[in-house]
Write a protein of this length. Structure first.
Length: 76
């Protein structure tokens, strides 16, 4: 499984984006200023990342990665 990691400038931006993506049916894990959106495959993740890039501020970071890669701690 793949995911899109979005790092935003504020908690408020992360909450707003998470709500929007959840409303579109995406599986979301949100932390303070970043969120992860699940995708079934790399193509779907890249498509979602492109959509998100068009909706977030220019200073936001949007990355496509394998699920669980880059986590500083193992998921529980």
């Amino acid at each position: 499984q793949w995911e899109v990691r979005v790092e935003l400038g504020s908690h408020r931006q992360a909450v707003a984006l998470a709500r929007k993506l959840e409303g579109q049916g995406h599986a979301i894990v949100r932390r303070w200023k970043f969120l992860l959106a699940g995708a079934a495959n790399e193509d779907e993740a890249r498509e979602l990342a492109g959509q998100i890039r068009g909706e977030v501020p220019a200073d936001a970071t949007v990355k496509v990665e394998l699920a669980g890669v880059g986590w500083p701690f193992p998921p529980s």
